[in-house]
Ligand binder design. Structure first.
Ligand SMILES: Cc1cc2nc3c(=O)[nH]c(=O)nc-3n(C[C@H](O)[C@H](O)[C@H](O)COP(=O)(O)O)c2cc1C
Length: 366
């Protein structure tokens, strides 16, 4: 092979060695990935503007000027502005009593303090807007929107030299964002952890690549090995965007109980449901997802109401480290996450496996 197959236009755009983007909530993972030659995007949708500002500084202090991204959620379908009490008041009695039934059946403990999910930028647009202001002010090199079109911030971002990436689950969303002028598009398939659409990664990536022109397409959903990376590039992507892969890494701040669950899990252990946030989401199965899947369960509420309903369960389980109750977003590629490697090693293994996969195909392995 004469050319480096892993050197793509995404590498040139982001000034990185490897076309790998880690989505993570953990600053240590982000720094390790960035300093290994790949790119990291820090998920900050659950943080206050002050926390976001501090996290940006923390990363800047450790990456020697290398670029990085921050991800928020900007859903257009949630209320403009609303207090927690306003939102809570709209949860129907039937749903409250089903949540109470789960709580009693599994002896779900009360959260110990404030509830992390109540900070979520997806609860109302005002909250997301305040988070966004910090990213603009800080001139974060790349801003990503995990939910909702980022088209409305393109001008403000570009004026400040910031690149905007949008994450989509449907080709028509990709088309709209490309027409608006995003700098990169993350085509995320059904296999993915977290909020995800119904189209498979193998279908959505080449479809979006076929309409993206020069804009880099980044494949997401189920990428947990170098073979996935190689395949994604062959499908027309310029890189991969990965989430599940980093959760059980050495640096990751995910609870050790959840790390063990992830290491033991396979695709069958994931659930795809609206019962956590009101939007389709893939997580590890847990009593909450199993109960809402039963025929007697009410239909989950829309966003953000279902998130408010599930947040007590999730926080109670986490605060008391109840192994039987805890869950986490996890994709169908989780079966390949089998050991607690340093993030740096994960990057290098992905690169080596991908190069081997390419060599095997071109007969240059022996
Ligand atoms: C624990 C966890 C939390 C996530 N939260 C978000 C989020 O807040 N915003 C977002 O854009 N994507 C979020 N995602 C999805 C990732 O950005 C990514 O698209 C997904 O993990 C890709 O699929 P994979 O897990 O199979 O690699 C999350 C993923 C995980 C694993």
């Amino acid at each position: 092979m004469t050319q480096d197959p892993l050197h793509t236009k995404l590498c040139d755009m982001l000034e990185i060695e490897y076309p790998i983007i880690a989505f993570t909530h953990c600053k240590d993972v982000a720094v390790s990935v960035i300093n290994s030659g790949a790119f990291a995007v820090l998920g900050e949708a659950m943080h206050t503007p002050d926390e976001i500002s501090a996290d940006i500084q923390w990363i800047r202090d450790r990456v020697n000027g290398k670029p990085f991204g921050v991800d928020l959620v900007l859903p257009a379908s949630v209320p403009q502005t609303a207090t927690l009490d306003d939102l809570m008041a709209q949860i129907p009695e039937e749903h409250r009593s089903f949540a109470k039934h789960i709580k009693e059946k599994y002896d779900v403990p009360e959260p110990k303090g404030s509830i992390d999910l109540h900070q979520w930028g997806g609860l109302n647009q005002e909250m997301a807007r305040a988070q966004l202001e910090v990213l603009l002010e800080e001139r974060v090199p790349v801003i990503c929107s995990g939910l909702g079109s980022p088209a409305f911030i393109l001008d403000a971002a570009h004026e400040r030299g910031i690149k905007i990436f949008g994450l989509i689950g449907k080709t028509r969303q990709a088309r709209r964002q490309l027409e608006a002028g995003v700098d990169g598009i993350i085509a995320q398939g059904y296999d993915a952890a977290g909020h995800t659409g119904a189209m498979g990664t193998f279908s959505i990536v080449p479809e979006v690549a076929s309409i993206a022109g020069d804009t880099p397409v980044i494949a997401a959903g189920g990428v947990t090995t170098g073979r996935h990376l190689a395949a994604a590039l062959c499908l027309g992507a310029s890189g991969v965007w990965t989430g599940t892969l980093w959760l059980a890494s050495r640096e990751s701040d995910v609870d050790m109980i959840v790390k063990e669950k992830l290491l033991a899990a396979s695709a069958d252990d994931t659930s795809y449901s609206t019962c956590i946030s009101g939007m389709t989401m893939r997580t590890l199965k847990c009593p909450w997802t199993e109960e809402w899947a039963k025929p007697e369960a009410p239909n989950p509420l829309s966003a953000p109401y279902q998130m408010l309903l599930s947040s007590d369960y999730i926080q109670g389980a986490n605060d008391h480290r109840r192994e039987d109750l805890m869950t986490e977003a996890a994709g169908q590629g989780v079966g390949f996450v089998t050991s607690m490697k340093p993030s740096r090693q994960i990057v290098f293994d992905l690169v080596e496996e991908a190069l081997t996969a390419f060599e095997e195909r071109t007969g240059e392995a022996d």
